[in-house]
Design a protein around this ligand. Sequence first.
Ligand SMILES: [Fe+2]
Length: 326
Amino acid sequence: MSDITIDVQSSEPDAYGYRQFTLGGFTFRRDEYFVHVTWPTGSHVLSVDDFLRALQRDCAWNFFYGTVNFDHVLGTVNRYGTVDLFAGRYNDAYRKAELDHTENFPTDQIGGTFRTMLDDWTNETFDPFASPVETQSAWGTKNGSNTAAVTRRRVAATRMVGVPGDEEIRTDETHQINRMFADVTQDEPEVHANPGFEDEVAGFSLFAYLSRSDVTWNPSVVSVCKDSLYCPTTEEYILPIVHGNDRVEWFIQLSDEIRWDVQDRDSGAPRARVTMRAGDVAAMPADIRHQGYSTKRSMLLVWENASPTLPELIASGRAPQYPIDF
Ligand SMILES: [Fe+2]
């Protein structure tokens, strides 16, 4: 978060108790069940629980890599410094009817508006990061707030979890073992570093660490080697956004099973269904969007290449859309 004061344009609380927001030509308001979005050429309605789950990820990930589709109409594209907010831009029918609309905002401006909206529209009983059975409903008129939940600090190691001074391993004092990971062994590796190397040699049990995750569908950085980021996450129910890649992402299924629906990134046309079971490895190409489904809470390792040069290299054809030649 920067120190710049963000100009968030919003109303006083309306008849439902919620503030209404304006961002360029877009307006956002919520009622007891729905979020209503308008733009100069159209309007859209989303279920408020789906909207808040998607908004939570977009805020927590600072707009992530590439496209965050809230659904088949609304979403954001990270331009890394600015963000496109779009309606219908990546929907063939909206494009052909010329009803689509895109505006570009400084990241701080859209981020400030989105974070204020998320906090105002999330009631006391609802946690947008939790699985549906672990939180209460998002419905109804304004009823308190859950600021602690919607402003959770995202895990972002600078070297690796467990290295002195970096992100700490999780314990009973900080994180309870999730009900679906009660069988995960909690043993930690013994590390015997030579004198002088105590700060350089570390190890931790990633399975034990993930068994204590209190959020779903939230890739967190646990190790960094230059641009190579290991971003494991625990998944239950449905990925609340449809992620449109601007680079290749590798998936390693660490436990249980996720079903992925894979579509063309720009049109939304179906391209593949991928069922990943424990031990499976897949690479999502740079020209797709994908959404996952997981009944049993599962562990997924997302391997990201964070190089800032990648989107341009791929968009200009100098790097391939796919990950590897055999
Ligand atoms: Fe993705």
